[in-house]
Design a protein around this ligand. Structure first.
Ligand code: MN
Length: 260
């Protein structure tokens, strides 16, 4: 057998050995977009060395893709793993998973409409998870916050002495219950989770949730802010649905992600 045929045989054999859907079987665009999201979130300072973003497998709603445990800015396609909705890695091959992958699996299980999840520790949102001041849409770009911003209190589900991390199924389910039908949930003393029907929109929501938090904190120093009304928030959310790609293309360019 000549060398190319031999290599093809090896490839076919190794693919055949993997019975379940793995990251290697994913449509290339989903993996490319997920890698881009990791780099964009890092470049825009929504995540730092920590935080993560996932996508539901477009070809199998019972699976999702998430990078192995590493800094988002450094994620490449080869770092993406496939998980079931209990957040068991299906193709880890010794690679380490994020401790908080349960955030993703639990939300995909509870929310069939959600295709992408971002988890971040963005500093601007933290004050609104630890005080009685609610995070609300203060400008049109964060109109999606009008659906409500529940705060996850891990003490209610995990007792008084957790390390704050959502690192098992029960805590993931509790977080998903707190999120309910909202687009964003804050996590007290920890960060936030944003969800959407696509990767660009989940990133968009993370980005503008952080901006809204900063702006609301600024406005509170001047006096009681005037927030978007529920009607304004609904109307602006509809307008924005068609504009996510404009920001997404810019962010990919800024983060030096090759056009896909
Ligand atoms: Mn975290």
């Amino acid at each position: 057998m000549d060398r190319p045929l031999f290599l093809l045989g090896v490839l076919a054999a190794s693919l055949g050995a993997v019975a379940q859907a793995t990251a290697a079987d994913a449509p290339p665009s989903a993996i490319d977009e997920l890698v881009a999201a990791n780099r964009v979130l890092a470049h825009e300072d929504i995540v730092d060395g920590f935080g993560h973003v996932s996508v539901r497998n477009p070809a199998d709603p019972t699976r999702y893709f998430l990078a192995r445990s590493m800094a988002p800015a450094l994620v490449a396609a080869a770092d993406i793993l496939s998980y079931d909705l209990d957040s068991n890695a299906l193709d880890a091959n010794g690679r380490v998973s994020y401790a908080e992958r349960f955030i993703h699996g639990a939300i995909y299980k509870a929310r069939p409409d959600v295709m992408s999840v971002v988890h971040a520790h963005t500093p601007a949102v933290i004050p609104f998870g630890v005080s009685d001041v609610r995070l609300q849409p203060i400008f049109h770009m964060a109109a999606f916050l009008g659906a409500g911003v529940p705060v996850f209190e891990i003490r209610d589900a995990g007792g008084p002495a957790t390390d704050l991390l959502v690192k098992n199924l029960a805590l993931g389910d509790a977080l998903a219950r707190t999120l309910g039908s909202a687009n964003v949930a804050l996590m007290r003393g920890h960060g936030m989770v944003t969800v959407a029907g696509s990767i660009p929109e989940a990133v968009f929501r993370a980005y503008y949730t952080a901006q809204d938090a900063q702006l609301e904190a600024d406005a509170l120093r001047l006096g009681p802010p005037k927030f978007l009304t529920a009607d304004e928030a609904r109307s602006a959310t509809q307008t924005q649905a068609g504009l996510v790609s404009r920001a997404w293309e810019l962010w990919k360019r800024s983060a030096s992600v090759a056009r896909s």
